[in-house]
Ligand binder design. Structure first.
Ligand SMILES: [Zn+2]
Length: 336
């Protein structure tokens, strides 16, 4: 579901009010029971930062199942951003409507960081035709996301040197988990036959994922959901699917399904039946408190959905959770 709030002027007034209230002295990193209070934007950033900060911080995630390209902050979001000890966001222009709030905080010298800010330039994708805008969907590559975790470990160590050893160790542990699910994904997705390796989705969130696992992405919208699907793009996509006999288009949790239905109908008119695949988690994780509401769970779901949908010949379980249980059971079997 999309949450759109376009009342710009009350929001700005409130921001100005908070800045006045806050004055020129950003709060020092103190918090309840010695924990640092960290405010983050997306669930993916929240998962990463909570793992790295561990017991030393309380992490508040602002975004639920919303579209981060379009979500405009509420008054209470802005207040949280202003009053936190540290703010982390995803960056690379993902949270466009948050720019004023981020700027307001950084102008006052408050700690605010994009988890992607230290990535090497060559690791950040800049798609053709995007006029130099970077692709922000880094979290779909677990190896790059692991690098972001190490970077957050360093940033927290600089802010709070007393616990530096913990931050660095936590970051390494998190990175290790991401390497494990990456190895699983390589097996599942590596077994998709060559001519079926086309991932067709509603908006272009999966370039990092596809780059990592050797798939090719086609999408209805560009890298931001802010651009409405143009009729021309849609026609081109339909022709591509008909010509290459691509059997499936995937739905995304944060993008309206009507665009997907239009493509299916357009292909049908041209004599090719396209199936609607299961929902992929693109720009938000699943419901908090569920497995899909964790970063690993989100990735696990997407790997299984894409692997099965594109006809992977992988013979093991399509679930990372089940795969790990199976591996553990095999490891503990008594040898004869
Ligand atoms: Zn997106």
């Amino acid at each position: 579901m999309l949450t759109l709030r376009l009342q710009v002027s009350p929001r700005l007034n409130f921001l100005v009010f908070l800045l006045l209230l806050w004055g020129c002295n950003p709060p020092a990193p103190t918090a309840n029971n010695g924990q640092t209070r960290i405010v983050v934007t997306t669930g993916m950033v929240g998962d990463l930062v909570q793992h790295v900060a561990g017991e030393h911080a309380e992490v508040l995630t602002l975004y639920d199942a919303v579209d981060p390209h379009q979500y405009a902050p509420t008054g209470s979001d802005i207040k949280e951003i202003m009053l936190a000890d540290v703010v982390f966001y995803s960056g690379l222009h993902l949270e466009g409507p948050m720019a004023d709030a981020f700027e307001g905080r950084s102008r006052r010298g408050g700690e605010i960081h994009a988890v992607t800010e230290r990535l090497a330039k060559e690791d950040v994708r800049t798609p053709e035709g995007s006029e130099g805008h970077p692709d922000p969907h880094v979290w779909h590559d677990p190896i790059l996301w692991g690098q972001c975790a190490l970077d957050v470990g360093e940033i927290l160590s600089e802010i709070d040197p007393e616990h530096a050893a913990d931050y660095r160790q936590n970051a390494l542990d998190y990175q290790q988990r991401l390497k494990e699910i990456d190895a699983f994904a390589q097996q599942v997705l590596g077994a998709i036959p060559e001519k079926q390796r086309h991932l067709v989705t509603a908006h272009d969130a999966f370039e990092y994922f596809a780059g990592r696992y050797g798939l090719e992405v086609r999408s209805i919208q560009g890298i931001s959901t802010m651009s409405q699907a143009g009729l021309f793009d849609q026609e081109r996509l339909i022709d591509f699917m008909v010509e290459n006999q691509i059997p499936m288009i995937f739905v995304e949790s944060t993008v309206p399904e009507k665009f997907v239905r239009q493509v299916i109908e357009g292909a049908h008119v041209k004599g090719w039946e396209v199936q609607k695949g299961d929902v992929l988690y693109s720009d938000a994780m699943g419901t908090p408190g569920t497995y899909e509401g964790t970063y690993i769970g989100m990735l696990d779901h997407n790997i299984a959905t894409i692997g099965k949908g594109l006809g992977s010949k992988w013979e093991g379980p399509f679930s990372f959770q089940e795969y790990e249980q199976q591996q553990a059971a095999t490891a503990t079997e008594p040898a004869n």
